[in-house]
Design a protein around this ligand. Structure first.
Ligand code: NZQ
Ligand code: ZN
Length: 385
């Protein structure tokens, strides 16, 4: 096992009806800004639940954070926070709203131009406003991690940053919020959390026994409940298991002490920035061809994945690996997610541009061995057509 530090200060408040708990989680004299996305939080009644729980506290609202939150929109929230002297940010939404809120939290006290936060991976952040979240879409794990991804529309750049100061202080996870998700977002969430796990598991063996067992259990859970939940979306137990699995997939626990990949994510971000393809879908396109391309480097873990996740124990090593990759692709398709670039009207003529963008963003040594050069990314993209 590799050396590691593990730190996670987020207080999880899990279960039906837990939004009312906001009253005890927030101090009476907090000046709160409630940040949300488009119309879903209003339509589903979540925003009203939040308003009721805030009671007679002083609070303001900022709506309109887009999926793949934009720097341009978030800078308007930064202005509002400064004007109203807000001292607590409450995100009500999915990964986009939570990520956007983390950016606002870091940008308000930031010395210098806030886009630098994205250019420097958050390394220069010295402080941030406290953030709490009410999660409405299980997928990203943002509710219990130190990551955020922001898009600057004017230059079509989607970048991430990481910093301990933006861990949410608390996150309220009410599984009934899953009931109103459009099936497409639900499917995206299953795939996103699945690939968060593979990014930390499908690398090379370091005898991280607990991490491996944990990752395999989470993957098997998603394989079981993903399709069931799509057919029976208001099943509380399925929704609760999905919500907690998605959080555990990216709260740092399974990635501690093991190598990590993240190449699928980095290539996927370019597809979202260039063509607006949903995050989860970009991953479903890239992962199967990346696994094929990296099958030698990942051989040990791919065989373990075939056996322990897909119960494949027949055939040669190559046959088992092929079967595991095929089952992975089939699982995404079963959820209603097409897995080829052509399904999204992206053709070979776009590959050069995508590879150039990866290079421009410093994504020239991706993967657990830093072996995915721009030329390897090109081969993976070509195989994804
Ligand atoms: O905008 P509204 O109207 O609220 O609708 C949203 C949005 O259109 C809707 N929605 C959310 N909860 C709902 C709901 N509709 C009905 N009922 C509900 N309960 O769902 C749509 C998508 O929401 P979004 O927040 O964009 O989705 P997701 O949670 O998948 O977040 C994606 C973003 O997270 C980033 C992605 O890159 C992308 O920008 N990621 C963040 C990570 C992190 N912080 O660790 C890791 C991930 O790998 C990912 O990169
Ligand atoms: Zn993701």
């Amino acid at each position: 096992m590799l050396n590691f530090d593990y730190y996670n200060p987020t207080h999880i408040v899990f279960g039906k009806g837990r939004i009312a708990q906001l009253d005890t989680l927030l101090s009476k004299d907090a000046r709160v800004l409630v940040l949300y996305g488009g119309s879903s939080a209003q339509k589903t009644g979540t925003l009203d639940e939040v308003r009721k729980a805030l009671g007679d506290r002083t609070y303001f609202e900022f709506g309109g954070i887009e999926p793949n939150p934009s720097y341009e929109t978030l800078m308007k929230a930064v202005e509002q926070v400064k004007q109203e002297k807000v001292d607590f940010l409450l995100a009500v939404g999915g990964g986009s709203v939570i990520d956007g809120t983390k950016f606002v939290a870091a940008a308000v006290p930031y010395e210098g131009e806030p886009w630098e936060i994205l250019e420097t991976d958050g390394k220069k952040i010295k402080e941030a406003l406290p953030v709490g979240t009410v999660l409405t879409l299980p997928a990203t794990g943002s509710e219990m991690n130190r990551n955020s991804v922001v898009t600057r529309k004017s230059i079509k750049s989607k970048r991430g940053f990481h910093n301990d100061h933006v861990f949410p202080v608390f996150s309220i996870l009410d599984p009934t919020k899953v009931y109103t998700l459009p099936p497409r977002q639900l499917a995206n969430g299953v795939v996103d959390s699945f690939i968060h796990i593979t990014e930390q598991y499908l690398t090379y063996p370091v005898d991280g026994m607990v991490q491996d067992e944990f990752a395999e259990g989470l993957l098997r859970t998603l394989i079981k409940i993903g399709p069931e939940l799509l057919k029976d979306q208001k099943n509380y137990d399925l929704a609760a298991n999905f919500m907690w699995t998605a959080t555990l997939a990216l709260n740092g626990l399974i990635g501690a002490g093991v190598p990590q990949d993240w190449a699928t994510h980095m290539i996927g971000h370019e597809l979202t920035a260039a063509f607006g393809i949903d995050h989860g879908r970009t991953l479903a396109i890239i992962l199967p061809s990346l696994l094929q391309n990296q099958r030698e480097a990942k051989k040990g873990k791919l065989l373990q994945y075939a056996k322990n996740v897909w119960h494949i124990d027949q055939g040669s090593d190559d046959e088992r690996i092929d079967a595991a990759i095929e089952k992975t692709r089939h699982f995404f398709e079963l959820l209603g997610i097409p897995t080829h670039l052509k399904d999204y009207d992206v053709g070979e003529e776009s590959i050069d541009m995508l590879v150039k963008e990866l290079e421009a963003h410093g994504m020239s040594q991706l993967g657990e061995h830093k072996a995915i050069t721009p030329e390897v990314s090109r081969a993976i993209l070509l195989a994804s057509l």
